[in-house]
Design a protein around this ligand. Structure first.
Ligand SMILES: Cc1ncc(C[n+]2csc(CCOP(=O)(O)OP(=O)(O)O)c2C)c(N)n1
Ligand SMILES: [Mg+2]
Length: 271
């Protein structure tokens, strides 16, 4: 509709020249980038979204619900096109992501679907993975496991509390989970799905590529569990001009390699 009007105005010669504004907007997009290329172990979430941007194509539909995972994903993942960000926004119902992803796969046969959950969102309806295995609904489910109700812990900061938000337990029968609690890989496999766990950020790219292949090959949900640092605060704020930042900004293009417009070191922006 808008494009139609623009074409008509252009043909009639009544379309204002926005090229300067467009150039200024692009220049602004090359400034103030957040750093994403962290090499820390346990992994920082920003690095996960950087690697997802590199691994999943422009045709990807993302599904997410609530938590630091959703808030960070919404700011950092690149989404191209309508109905490619399927989200129970604001205070979404934990557990929604998995079943919603199954519905999206069913509704978009043959398309790449990637779900994003925190560990608790994932556990809430984890049993639905079996539905995906039974009905051959392939998608990639990225689980960013910080072993915390991360959003609730961050919300408690002004009160100096860290109360009833830790999800870790010493799972003595899965010592490889190293205090992060539920062995999501075993549970996913037990429900007929495929799963990989990543603890080293340098291995994220391979894990996402492997997940795409496993989903295509086996036609089941594939879980990529990423072991995150337990305490991370994600940038947010009640107003666009009052967003709290917790991490460093990018100082060079390599700090934010998947930024849509690379960080420019000598860009000047007109007021
Ligand atoms: C059914 C339901 N219960 C409780 C909440 C409140 N809540 C919002 S985010 C959150 C923590 C989510 O933890 P996790 O899924 O691990 O994501 P993280 O914030 O750690 O990335 C809780 C308890 C909710 N949104 N829905
Ligand atoms: Mg969590």
């Amino acid at each position: 509709m808008i494009l139609q009007v623009v074409r008509e105005r252009k043909a009639a010669g009544t379309l204002p020249d926005y090229s300067q504004w467009a150039a200024a907007a692009t220049a602004r997009k090359s400034t103030g980038h957040r750093k994403t290329n962290f090499e820390n172990i346990p992994i920082k979430p920003q690095r996960v979204y950087q690697e997802m941007n590199a691994a999943f194509g422009q045709d990807t539909t993302y599904v997410s619900t609530i938590g630091l995972s959703q808030i960070a994903g919404a700011q950092m993942l690149h989404v191209y096109g309508p109905r490619k960000w399927i989200n129970a926004g604001q205070a979404g119902p934990l557990g929604w992501t998995g079943p919603a992803a199954l519905g999206v796969v069913r509704g978009k046969p043959g398309e790449r679907v990637v779900a994003l959950s925190g560990d608790y969102d994932f556990q809430f309806m984890i049993e639905e993975l079996a539905v995906g295995a039974q009905f051959k609904l392939p998608y990639v489910h990225v689980v960013v496991n910080n072993s915390y109700l991360g959003l609730i812990r961050q919300s408690q900061r002004p009160f100096e509390m860290d109360y009833h938000v830790s999800l870790g337990f010493d799972n003595i029968n899965s010592p490889e989970t190293n205090g992060y609690g539920v062995d999501h890989v075993k549970v996913a496999e037990g429900l007929g799905c495929k799963a990989v766990r990543v603890t080293d950020p340098a291995k994220l790219a391979d894990a996402f590529a492997q997940a795409n292949t496993l989903a295509d090959e086996h036609q089941v949900p594939v879980v990529v569990e990423v072991i995150l640092e337990k305490v991370t605060n994600i940038a947010m704020g009640a107003q666009l001009d009052a967003v709290n930042e917790f991490e460093d900004l990018a100082l060079e293009p390599g700090d934010a390699p998947t930024a849509l417009v690379p960080l420019g070191d000598s860009v000047t922006v007109d007021a």
